[in-house]
Design a protein around this ligand. Structure first.
Ligand SMILES: O=C(O)C(=O)C[C@@H](O)[C@H](O)CO
Ligand SMILES: [Mg+2]
Length: 382
């Protein structure tokens, strides 16, 4: 079998789908993207085709090493996201060619169902209570929300109290009938992270995500010393070579690699296994589309330390398309009481409505996150 063509489709809301064709008619789909830099990742995907066209797509490990090591420069958000989508499509092809789901190629499932969680509230966490009520009616009991709006390096007691009051209101409304993670989204600088985490302890969030920016990861062990709240991070780290330093330094309780940013299934499987050796839970990051979610689920179902799966149904970014809009086998993604079952179809288990993708790609928006500024005019972390 040989790879014959790579086709990329940028589609609403902010995703990109990659189709890899072969000379035997087997087609694989991947979802390479960096939200806000889709065109850059698209260029990288097509630059990698020099290593792929004419090659056997089933040689996934070798093709991964060729893409990673063959071009001298390596790593980072763009290249690892391009590789991630290509890797996903190669696993899709291999599973389809053998007639089995990817998790079967990886030794089979370690669980019958996987726990998922839903986002509530938007960039500026509001309407969270209403959002939780709606999602609870749909069977979810675990949620994630942004923990704060812009926050200065050193900010006021008032700003801290506003962030804490929102969380207090949630606990007050739902007690311990729900669990929730709080995403600091890298908006909180190290000096304030310790302050804010301490104030949030009484409300016992399930985790605090990106308590500081990934480039400040050396704070994780220090923050972990000062709080009982589990620390989660990983969406802005892109290979096991980055994660190894974080695991070794300690402080991280939950690792959240993004299957469309951290080199795909091949790399995230290795990150999951490394994390297990450190007794770190796995909760893949996935605010994206159906192929990214499917790739996460295959890693979840074969990873003992997988505990929670993010999925983007109803997320505040999904303007113009919802996570299953480009999928025809929607029933396979059914979530019951917050749990999803292994995707039964061969490959990644996603049946793409290609016509719908092509139509949607005709006027795909160039999504970009908003540029925030502090009151003094300086740039604020979004
Ligand atoms: O889902 C999450 O945990 C996020 O932090 C959302 C963020 O990753 C946006 O997708 C960036 O565009
Ligand atoms: Mg996040």
């Amino acid at each position: 079998m040989k790879i014959t063509k790579l086709t990329t489709y940028r589609v609403p809301p902010r995703w990109m789908l990659l189709k890899i064709e072969t000379d035997e008619g087997v087609v694989g789909w991947g979802e390479p993207v960096i939200e806000g830099k889709a065109r850059t990742v698209e260029a990288a995907v097509h630059e990698y085709s020099q290593y792929l066209i004419g090659q056997d797509p089933r040689n996934i490990n070798d093709l991964w090493q060729v893409m990673y090591r063959g071009g001298f420069y390596r790593g980072g958000a763009i290249l690892m996201s391009a590789m991630a989508g290509i890797d996903q499509a190669l696993w899709d092809i291999k599973g389809k060619a053998l007639g089995v789901p990817v998790y079967e190629l990886l030794g089979g499932c370690v669980r019958d169902k996987m726990k998922t969680y839903s986002w509530v509230g938007g960039d500026r966490p509001s309407d969270v209570i209403e959002g939780i009520r709606t999602l609870r009616a749909a069977g979810f009991d675990t949620f994630k929300m942004n923990g704060t709006e812009e926050l200065g390096f050193i900010d006021s007691a008032k700003a801290i109290d506003a962030a804490v009051a929102r969380i207090a209101e949630i606990r007050g409304a739902f007690g311990n009938d729900i669990e929730f993670g709080i995403d600091f989204h890298g908006r909180v600088a190290a000096p304030m992270a310790k302050v804010l985490m301490k104030e949030l302890e009484p409300y016992r969030p399930l985790f605090i995500e990106e308590p500081v920016l990934a480039e400040q990861a050396e704070y994780y062990p220090r923050l972990a010393e000062s709080t009982s709240i589990p620390i989660a991070a990983g969406e802005r780290m892109y290979s096991r070579f980055e994660f190894k330093n974080v695991f070794h330094a300690g402080g991280l309780s939950i690792v959240q690699p993004d299957l469309s940013h951290a080199g795909g299934i091949t790399e995230c499987l290795k990150i999951a296994a490394m994390a297990e050796a450190y007794d770190i839970a796995l909760a893949p990051h996935c605010p994206l589309g159906p192929v990214a979610l499917a790739a996460c689920l295959h890693v979840d179902f074969v990873s003992y330390n997988a505990v929670l799966q993010e999925q983007s149904m109803g997320i505040h970014y999904n303007k113009g398309a919802e996570v299953l809009d480009y999928v025809t086998n929607k029933e396979d993604f059914r979530i019951e009481n917050g749990y999803i079952k292994p995707l039964p179809k061969p490959g990644l288990g996603v049946v793409i409505d290609e016509q719908r993708v092509i139509e949607a790609s005709r006027n795909a928006p160039d999504w970009a996150n908003p540029l925030w500024r502090h009151a003094d005019g300086s740039v604020a972390e979004w």
